[in-house]
Design a protein around this ligand. Structure first.
Ligand code: UDP
Ligand code: MG
Length: 321
């Protein structure tokens, strides 16, 4: 029997984009069904991430017109990663394979077939990796390169140039559920699970309409989350920095004592100021890093749900086994 495929597509304020891209998604799904590659039960599952515009009403009417469209609506805007997880969890119970992608047409839907072929060859996870970054600004390219370098230095394994365009089998999704943390950093955890996987290359297009929801601030938050949820190396670095500064201080003390003994007491003002500034700077950074981890612990201990589903359309109810 053909596998059931669900596309999971998070949408936040995408009223300009959805009417254009929904046809592309549907066309691909139908052609794959017609080719006998996937089951007739396959769906395109939109996740409305608490949009403030007409996104949900567009999704609702799509689900009424066409049985292959389905939708869930989150009660609040929970961010791209949580919206994605909500969709993956719903599709996990209904599909054999799930492909997650953006709704703005940037992830090339034509790769979906190749991804399914890779799955049929026995891969549980197939990563969509962009083969060039020419549609990005120079700034985004450079920051991305630096970030991958930093993650590698921290011992975190991620797939370079892969975002959230990927295929996962229901087996892999069930394993993903075993990770109990509230703040799941998908791009780090999924390679970490170690299933048989492969890669499909695609070139990332420009956004069809609208603007990105990932301004610098959100990008940095995701970057910091990625590191702090996976590695405690920054904390260890603080210890080494502390040791280094302690050594410097020791030298400083000897210098101060010698100065005092030779009667040059006032002369030390510049060096004193430099030391105070240097040490207090390091202390502030260290406190900030420690604070990041304490914040993570705080958020995890509350064990709040990652998302709340408000409404769903065209999804058969299932009971979790
Ligand atoms: N998105 C979401 N919730 C958010 C922000 C974004 O569900 O709070 C969705 C958005 O609709 C899109 C995907 O996540 O389908 C990726 O966002 P975007 O295209 O703005 O990011 P970029 O591709 O520029 O990194
Ligand atoms: Mg995008």
């Amino acid at each position: 029997m053909e596998p059931i495929l669900y596309f999971v597509i998070p949408c936040y304020n995408e009223e300009q984009v959805l009417p254009e891209t929904c046809g592309l998604f549907l066309g691909k799904l139908i052609s794959m069904i017609d080719a006998g590659k996937i089951s007739q039960e396959s769906r395109i599952l939109f996740v409305n991430d608490g949009s403030k515009d007409a996104t949900w009403s567009i999704i609702s009417s799509l689900t009424e017109e066409e049985e292959h469209f389905a939708g869930i609506s989150l009660a609040h805007n929970r961010g791209h990663q949580n919206a994605l997880i909500a969709g993956l969890m719903e599709s996990r119970l209904r599909a054999d394979i799930t492909i997650s992608m953006d709704c703005d047409g940037q992830d090339d839907i034509n790769c979906a077939e190749q991804m399914v072929d890779e799955y049929l060859k026995g891969n549980e996870i197939v990563y969509g990796v962009r083969n060039d970054r020419s549609t990005d600004t120079g700034f985004k390219r450079t920051t991305a390169e630096c970030y991958y370098g930093l993650l590698r230095a921290m011992g975190i394994e991620i797939i370079p140039n892969h975002a959230d365009y990927r295929l996962m089998s229901s087996r892999a999704l069930n394993a993903l559920m075993g990770y109990g943390e509230v703040n799941l950093f998908l791009r780090g955890i999924i390679p970490h699970m170690g299933f048989k996987s492969s890669v499909v290359y695609y070139s990332r297009a420009k956004r069809i309409a609208g603007t990105t929801h990932y301004p610098l601030k959100k990008m940095m938050a995701l970057a910091i989350d990625g590191i702090t949820s996976f590695s405690i190396k920054p904390l260890r670095m603080i210890t080494f920095m502390g040791l280094f500064v302690a050594l410097l201080s020791f030298i400083g003390i000897i210098y101060a004592l010698i100065s005092a003994a030779t009667g040059n007491i006032v002369e030390g003002w510049t060096s004193m100021t430099c030391i105070i500034c240097f040490v207090s700077g390091i202390q502030m950074i260290s406190l900030g890093i420690i604070g990041e981890y304490i914040g993570k612990i705080y958020l995890e201990t509350k064990r709040r749900p990652r998302y709340i589903i408000d409404e769903s359309k065209n999804l058969k109810s299932v009971t979790e086994e």
